[in-house]
Design a protein around this ligand. Sequence first.
Ligand code: ADP
Ligand code: MG
Length: 558
Amino acid sequence: MAVIGIDLGTTNSLACVCQNGKPVLIPNPLGQVLTPSVVSMDEDGRILVGSVAKERLISHPEASAASFKRYMGTNRVFMLAGQEFTPQELSSFVLRQLKEDAERFLKEEVTEAVISVPAYFNDHQRYATKEAGRLAGLHVERLVNEPSAAALAASRISGEEEGSYLIFDFGGGTLDVSVVDYFDNVIEIIAVSGDNRLGGDDFDEIIARRFCSLQQMNYDDLDSFQRYSLLRLAEDCKRKLTGQNEAELLWESEDKRITLTNVELAELCQGIFDRISQVISAALRDSGRTAGDPCQVVLAGGSSKMPVISFYLQTFFKRKPCIIASPDEVVAMGAGIYAGIKERQEDIQDLVLTDICPFTLGTDVVNRSDTDNPILSPIIERNSILPCSKTQYYTNSYNGQSHISIGIFQGEAYYCRDNIKLGAIEMDILPLPAGQAHIEVCFSYDINGILEVEVTDHDKKQIRKKVLTSDCFRMSESEFNTRLEALQTYKLMPPGGIRTRLVLARGERLFAQLLGPRRQLAADAIQKLQETLLTQNDQQIINCLNTTQEIFDQLEGL
Ligand code: ADP
Ligand code: MG
């Protein structure tokens, strides 16, 4: 039975299967391999996933959701047409769509998948990802780290089995830079660094702001609808600049237009380049390497396609980055190759996919200036090699203190409240003058994500221990089954009419965005298409879909 590899991205998701040892990307009903990670609910309560849902973000924002991967493993809920969904439930719709697409492509049932996740995903986020898989009817035994998948793809596709890699993964809203070694069939992540608020979206905003300043408009005064609409056009303009040196942005009416070149864009992006340079430098620093050390710089993520980015990297590393495939497909290919390895049950025991702790683990200490707001005291720092055991010493904070509570936190933030609380150990201690108690706290974290915390009070000679596994936050089996049943009542849009749905959704989006005569053109095209659909004449419908698409392309200047 086929095992598929899935890149469940913040912006786009892809599925890949290994055929005759080669990764093959699976097309969706629109014939594209990238499915936007956007979910929308239509008037009939049916779930739309991908491009159609993305169109509806503008025309039906209250029934659509995007970027939910950012909130995996948190309590955040999203509303779709008045109904609540968790990030893993929304992700499960995307996975269900990919699973159905794969089944159609492979003409067999698919029940098992390998899903890639960012290397820095914590236990909650990893668990939520597996849960999303289960809710989609997929057994997910293995998650693979995105940089490991990219390195695997790079080595297999370039035909060089071994080497050091720097994976530069620049997506829609996140930048992840990882140093990965692949030697002796072991993939080892040496260091990860990132900026989870830096991605393709930032270029869209820079272009939109540029448009506003040249048009004597104030970007910050735009309402959310106008802003989204302009950002979308800015994204189109940005994409055009990948294939050509100059592109135009035309908004609402003929007189509102600007042109932009790659050279101008690079000038506007100095701030972004500085942030990129900080992330790369941090990854190099944490891995003990320098930009000059031999390693392949692998481009991953859609934003790596931008000429300004590859040029910047070439300047930074003083060599050409390596493009093994279209950057937005690299992680999925690696996940697919990994799925193939799993399917063939090859010897993968020694293929260690990570042995670092991607986040800091620590405890809380008193904040003298604001006693209600304790500070994180790091014990095991991020990028520590696993298994890892570290000890820190603490004392009592006031005279005669007879009880301590040792909080256990995960995260990088200064204040404990901004990190994830994993648990706490309570302990009565010998009352002593402030600063005289001897409290030892030892954290041991193993390769399976099991954290053992041991607190020793040397004065009273007592020890308290706590073992934390990622199970702590799981839904009970019955809660899970209730949700699974509820989700199964939602049906995905069948593949048949998907192109029509997309063209209509795009028309509605354009109608919402445009003004004046161009808006009327969009309205007329929708009307014409709807009339043609009533004829039920397949050839006429296809012809009409083609002309409508051309009209829309023209309206969008594509
Ligand atoms: P994620 O990993 O966040 O799911 P992707 O790797 O699919 O995302 O990257 C999505 C981002 O890549 C978006 O910001 C999109 O605008 C950008 N992108 C995709 N194709 C191009 C292109 N040809 N030129 C410039 N940017 C692109
Ligand atoms: Mg990605």
